[in-house]
Design a protein around this ligand. Sequence first.
Ligand code: HEM
Ligand SMILES: *[C@@H]1O[C@H](CO)[C@@H](O)[C@H](O)[C@H]1NC(C)=O
Ligand SMILES: *[C@@H]1O[C@H](CO)[C@@H](O)[C@H](O)[C@H]1NC(C)=O
Ligand SMILES: *[C@@H]1O[C@H](CO)[C@@H](O)[C@H](O)[C@H]1NC(C)=O
Ligand SMILES: *[C@@H]1O[C@H](CO)[C@@H](O)[C@H](O)[C@H]1NC(C)=O
Ligand SMILES: *[C@@H]1O[C@H](CO)[C@@H](O)[C@H](O)[C@H]1NC(C)=O
Length: 320
Amino acid sequence: MAAIQSFLYFATLVAILIPVSAQLTPDFYDKVCPQALPIIRKITKQAIRREPRMGASLLRMHFHDCFVNGCDGSVLLDDTANFTGEKTALPNLNSLRGFEVVDQIKSAINQACSANVVSCADILAVAARDSVNLLGGPAYKVLLGRRDSRTASKNDANTNLPPPFFNFSQLLSNFQSHGLNLTDLVVLSAGHTIGLARCTTFRDRIYNDTNINYKFAASLKYSCPRTGGDNNTKPFDSTTTRFDAQYFRDLLAKKGLLHSDQELFKGDGSGSDSLVKYYGYINPDRFLTDFSASMVKMGNMKPLTGTNGEIRMNCRKVNN
Ligand code: HEM
Ligand SMILES: *[C@@H]1O[C@H](CO)[C@@H](O)[C@H](O)[C@H]1NC(C)=O
Ligand SMILES: *[C@@H]1O[C@H](CO)[C@@H](O)[C@H](O)[C@H]1NC(C)=O
Ligand SMILES: *[C@@H]1O[C@H](CO)[C@@H](O)[C@H](O)[C@H]1NC(C)=O
Ligand SMILES: *[C@@H]1O[C@H](CO)[C@@H](O)[C@H](O)[C@H]1NC(C)=O
Ligand SMILES: *[C@@H]1O[C@H](CO)[C@@H](O)[C@H](O)[C@H]1NC(C)=O
């Protein structure tokens, strides 16, 4: 009896001292490195001023980080003798960009705070938010305290990230497997309100899909011929450097750039049609608040906290 009691006492003590899953908090760096958030915003702003597309690239980087074993900075790791990382996986190769901006942010923060306390995973989450906001989108609060992984997996990146040829049900089950729902799928896909895609990612759509505006398809064929021009890029929506609800209105006009984009609006009253209409015409402002909520939800995917993982010194390499 006494043994059980002292065990219960001990277990309670452990439960109080060691939270099973530490929560992310918005003020995580307020004491240990107050310069962190202003530095991320400043360098992100400079990068976007140089090239507006960089905002899109940084948003995508955070998405690709989170969808592969959680938001843990794994996407930033270069290949090593121990693992082949995510950079050469199909969705990322010759495609993901912004690594130099992340490096610049990381070294500026470590210098300003004379300490290595801010994780690469958190830098991605904040740079994504700042990018969205600087291009006209919402300034939601980012929860912080993620730590960085000590490994990465090319194979996991290939299987976890949705490809552009997925149909609606494949997209939805991919998002559900990450703890996200239909609203999150529709709202987060509208991250494509900014940025560009390569011809190789939309060629099949413009030559083979039928639910595409004829003139829109024809106009894309000049820079995306049946063969060649794989790297030629086109904007996702007609206001490519503005974070707005235009993406949805383009879908309603059957002018989605990727097959996966147009899968969200087929005009048959199914699945997500009503959400696309809602965000496009009925309540575009609601897109901005719902996007914020879904980004926070995505940013909460399986973070490493407490003593798990590490704070990487260099975002491209695990610490020795
Ligand atoms: C729903 C499934 C999704 C698919 C199938 C998909 C697919 C793609 C593809 C194929 C590209 C072009 C890549 C290239 O040209 O090499 C792209 C770019 C992009 N994606 Fe997605 N994506 C999805 C969801 C998302 C989400 C959830 C976000 C962010 C919230 C996002 C943000 C972006 C951005 C901003 C770009 C442009 C990047 C740049 O210009 O550098 N995507 N996506
Ligand atoms: C590979 O892993 C081993 C054991 O964890 C470690 O000692 C070594 O430094 C790692 N090699 C590289 C290149 O990271
Ligand atoms: C596309 O660009 C990548 C570099 O980003 C290059 O390695 C590749 O050869 C290019 N492909 C074509 C078909 O030009
Ligand atoms: C979507 O793709 C999957 C896998 O190819 C297929 O089994 C399913 O029938 C497709 N759904 C629709 C509605 O076309
Ligand atoms: C998705 O989840 C959010 C909460 O995270 C909820 O508000 C929303 O209604 C859900 N949408 C669907 C279609 O279940
Ligand atoms: C379109 O579909 C045909 C027949 O399925 C296929 O051979 C071709 O590779 C597809 N893509 C393009 C760009 O024509």
